[in-house]
Design a protein around this ligand. Structure first.
Ligand SMILES: Cc1cc2nc3c(=O)[nH]c(=O)nc-3n(C[C@H](O)[C@H](O)[C@H](O)COP(=O)(O)OP(=O)(O)OC[C@H]3O[C@@H](n4cnc5c(N)ncnc54)[C@H](O)[C@@H]3O)c2cc1C
Length: 525
């Protein structure tokens, strides 16, 4: 079958909040934009299936100060106040734009004012799709990107992928590319994260970009057992119990280590009995989908105990991702921009996100900046933007170095055995991380030579390669941080080491490297 060949000024990979804000702003800046989503833009990704609290803080200096301070200690003092202030400004503007121009139906509080610090995911993404289409963006649904294209100088010059419904390969030659493919949740079945396999980070690394904060990648969300709904914030109202009915002390305030330890011994139960009537009503209003699973199971979570589990969310609610090097979210590679969970969020919350709405704010702000930056870059190329000779960059999982024969399902299961168990990835210890990394290196070597395919199979094999690359950057960085900072906790190094108050950059594919960024201490002092 023939390849679908397109050209654009800006190509956006992804279809969630970061991608749609990027596409919208690139188009508003005059760029001809193509956006390709692995799923259906408007229902795919971590936000569309859920709903998000948003870091929406009115421009009152005291409120802004408190907002910035709230995460600095938790994040291990790796955030940068200049970036936090930029994100607060941009998010305030974008959310108000949604309220006014897009008439977003924010819930109304008892005082009659709109509650703009939360967005119902399905409604949010439905409106973003409509805005993007109205701006003239061409959307390729169900069209996973499988690799980037570069010109002979190494600048990114487009992308290629596979259209599932037409069973056809496609290629888009573009002036600039925005990677907004979300984080990596290792196919753990966390709500909305089935598409989040870290593809963008693999593409970026193949183009020569690096990553930052990959040790802050072990987010685990609490979910009622047998469900995928990981809305952890509401568990602040919970009392946790052991299987024998005794209270699990130390877990309140959603402290996950005691929960993880107890889950290794047996079941853990929970009841949201600390929520008063007013909070219960507010919770239903803010996140109706949180209650769907309970309603279906016939459980009143405020009155009855229910069993819980922890589900890995990797970099979806971690802070690691592609390193960005300028205010417009450019990477180190010319023509390549990153936004949302695909990019590092250390700039605004250091080594810890969890609840608190930073990710949603980052997705809309970084998306906006990346879209504008990409449009500007494409414009600077003039007529050269689409006519460049291109080279396809995809390797692992696409063009194996040896005899084909690997099975992506076996590879994925092997990766999951190293990254999903909380006694390996949450309760981290050098004695456990070292053999896990050795096993992942081995998996990489094997998939590098034997995994590949075409069409739909290439999507699956690339997902396996992206997950393996993610896992190796994650554990190599976790081993390099010989202290406890942010969410990068080490059982063998339990305290914070002032000499390690720096970010860790990582990268490489066949050989993974990690090195400290030495400038952060000045940036936050
Ligand atoms: C249950 C849950 C609750 C959350 N609650 C909050 C909250 O309250 N506040 C908060 O700030 N954050 C929250 N988060 C995190 C938040 O959802 C994410 O930070 C946000 O969705 C990031 O947006 P994104 O556009 O970067 O990624 P996503 O929303 O994950 O979108 C990624 C998109 O990229 C597409 N894609 C992936 N790979 C490819 C490919 N190869 N080719 C083409 N397209 C691709 C996907 O189909 C998807 O459309 C929550 C996450 C979860 C899982």
């Amino acid at each position: 079958m023939e390849t679908l060949d397109l050209t654009a000024d800006v190509f956006v990979a992804g279809g969630g909040p970061a991608a749609t804000w990027a596409a919208l702003h690139a188009a508003r800046d005059g760029a001809d934009v193509v956006l390709a989503d692995k799923g259906y833009c408007g229902t795919s990704g971590a936000t569309a299936a859920a709903g998000t609290g948003v870091w929406y803080v009115p421009p009152d200096p005291a409120a802004r100060e408190a907002a910035m301070e709230s995460r600095e200690e938790l994040g291990g003092r790796l955030a940068d106040r200049r970036w936090a202030a930029r994100v607060l400004d941009e998010t305030y503007e974008r959310v108000n734009e949604l309220a006014v121009a897009a008439r977003f139906p924010f819930p109304v509080g008892p005082d009659g004012r709109q509650l703009r610090n939360g967005l119902h995911g399905p409604e949010y993404l439905r409106r973003m799709r409509a805005l993007v289409r109205r701006a003239g963006v061409r959307i390729l649904d169900h069209s996973p990107v499988t690799e980037l294209l570069a010109d002979p100088s190494g600048a990114v010059a487009g992308a290629a992928g596979y259209q599932r419904h037409g069973r056809q390969d496609y290629r888009v030659r573009a002036g600039a590319v925005v990677l907004a493919t979300g984080g990596c949740a290792f196919l753990s079945k966390a709500l909305g994260c089935d598409v989040n396999t870290g593809d963008g980070a693999l593409f970026a690394a193949e183009a020569g970009a690096d990553l930052s904060g990959m040790e802050f990648s072990n987010a685990y969300g609490i979910a009622p057992e047998g469900t995928s709904v990981t809305k952890t914030a509401f568990y602040h109202f919970a009392t946790f119990f052991r299987a024998d009915g005794s209270v699990l002390e130390g877990a309140s305030g959603v402290r996950r280590s005691p929960i993880a330890r107890e889950l290794l011994r047996g079941k853990v139960y929970c009841r949201l009995d600390r929520a008063d009537e007013q909070s219960r009503a507010a919770m239903r209003l803010a996140q109706p989908n949180f209650f769907l699973a309970f309603d279906r199971m016939g459980i009143d979570p405020f009155a009855e105990k229910f069993p819980i589990t922890l589900i890995a969310e990797g970099t979806v609610r971690g802070t690691g991702g592609i390193r960005i090097v300028s205010d417009d979210c450019a990477t180190t590679v010319p023509g390549l921009y990153a936004a949302g969970d695909a990019a590092t969020r250390e700039l605004i919350c250091g080594g810890f996100t969890g609840g608190g709405s930073h990710n949603a704010a980052w997705a809309m702000s970084s998306g906006t900046w990346a879209g504008r930056g990409a449009a500007r870059y494409a414009r600077s190329l003039g007529s050269r933007a689409h006519g460049r000779r291109t080279l396809a960059l995809g390797e692992a999982g696409l063009r194996p170095g040896g005899q084909l024969g690997g099975d992506h399902r076996e590879v994925i299961a092997a990766i999951q055995r190293e990254v999903l168990p909380y006694d390996k990835n949450y309760l981290r210890h050098g004695n456990v991380l070292t053999p896990a990394l050795a096993s992942l290196d081995d998996i990489w070597t094997r998939l590098r030579t034997s995994l590949g395919g075409t069409g739909e199979l290439s999507v699956r094999t690339r997902q396996a390669a992206a997950m393996a690359a993610h896992a190796r950057w994650m554990y190599r960085s976790a081993l390099a941080r010989t202290e406890t900072r942010g969410m990068a906790k080490r059982l063998d190094f339990r305290s914070q080491d002032p000499a390690q108050q720096h970010r860790l950059h990582t990268g490489g594919l066949d050989t993974v490297w990690v090195r400290p960024e030495r400038t952060v201490v000045e940036a936050v002092s």
